[in-house]
Design a protein around this ligand. Structure first.
Ligand SMILES: Cc1cc2nc3c(=O)[nH]c(=O)nc-3n(C[C@H](O)[C@H](O)[C@H](O)COP(=O)(O)OP(=O)(O)OC[C@H]3O[C@@H](n4cnc5c(N)ncnc54)[C@H](O)[C@@H]3O)c2cc1C
Ligand code: FES
Length: 253
């Protein structure tokens, strides 16, 4: 059963833009207004015109206003390939907003790796963070560059093809070791990126990092257990207990 905050929507993909080699932005017109959402929430998207994949896929909410929802995705497999190539208009079904959200505190730092930027982008643009760090693999993945630069974000690429050269986690580390006050950090990116941030948190001590985690999901609202992962405190459901967790709750003390 879908809880009250979440609604089921019929949608039509009315716009699609290629942002880089394999990253796309889509606009989905919904059959009704999208209810209020928080940074970090996601939707489950079902490709109702296809016989496969049977299961819906989770995507972070990039933006939503009135009856238009915007998503950004990377082509990695069947569903994302279809989303990138099917002729428009293209009908989908979705439900959301789902999951918890990032904390909202004063003077937070924000760090995003690659597509981890999607759920954090709007809050960066609204100036919610004291410092912003964004890392990409290479210059082809550097989307929305100007607006990030306007917000004073430190940008790096792994190969140095844009901005600073190196992993963004290491630029974050260099900055955070000099912080005197306790800092809350919000983070989104691949698991290896979050794991490195956890190593930094353990070393630096005066920071608390909240990260958004990704798993395979089937329902998105706590029923199927498809997203359950083991933590030092027992099993958690990433969709309904998360996707945002304190790193220490996932990786351990
Ligand atoms: C809360 C949440 C928010 C997400 N937000 C976004 C987003 O904004 N943009 C975006 O591009 N993607 C996002 N993802 C990931 C997205 O759901 C997957 O990329 C998508 O389901 C892939 O579907 P597919 O059919 O194209 O690939 P599949 O054919 O299902 O898989 C292709 C490959 O990717 C791996 N894979 C697929 N999903 C995951 C996953 N969740 N974790 C680890 N490996 C996976 C598979 O094991 C396989 O190797 C999010 C995931 C979660 C849980
Ligand atoms: S995806 Fe079904 S319980 Fe999380």
């Amino acid at each position: 059963m879908i809880e009250s905050r979440k609604s089921l929507f019929e949608g039509i993909i009315i716009g699609r833009k290629k942002l880089s080699d394999n990253i796309y932005h889509v606009e989905i017109e919904l059959n009704k207004e999208f209810s209020s959402y928080k940074y970090g929430n996601f939707v489950m998207l079902h490709l109702k015109e296809e016989s496969r994949p049977l299961l819906p896929r989770p995507f972070s909410i990039f933006k939503a206003k009135e009856r238009v929802l915007e998503l950004i995705f990377k082509v990695v497999g069947l569903a994302t390939n279809l989303l990138a190539t099917r002729p428009l208009p293209y009908s989908v079904k979705l439900w959301g907003p789902l999951g918890n959200s990032f904390p909202d505190k004063k003077d937070m730092f924000c760090i995003a790796g690659g597509l981890g930027l999607v759920p954090l982008y709007e809050s960066i643009i609204k100036g919610r963070y004291k410092k912003v760090f964004v890392g990409f693999k290479n210059k082809d993945e550097v989307y929305f560059l100007r607006s990030l630069l306007d917000k004073g974000a430190l940008i790096s690429t792994d190969d140095g093809s844009y901005g600073e050269k190196g992993f963004i986690t290491e630029f974050f580390y260099q900055c955070i070791i000099n912080e005197k006050d306790k800092v809350t950090v919000v983070a989104c990116g691949p698991r290896g990126f979050l794991k490195r941030l956890w190593e930094i948190e353990r070393e630096v001590k005066n920071i608390e990092i909240y990260g958004s985690f990704e798993t395979h999901m089937a329902c998105g609202f706590g029923v199927c257990l498809g997203c359950a992962i083991e933590t030092p405190k027992g099993m958690v459901k990433v969709c309904s207990d998360g996707p945002v967790f304190k790193l220490k709750d996932i990786f351990g003390e």
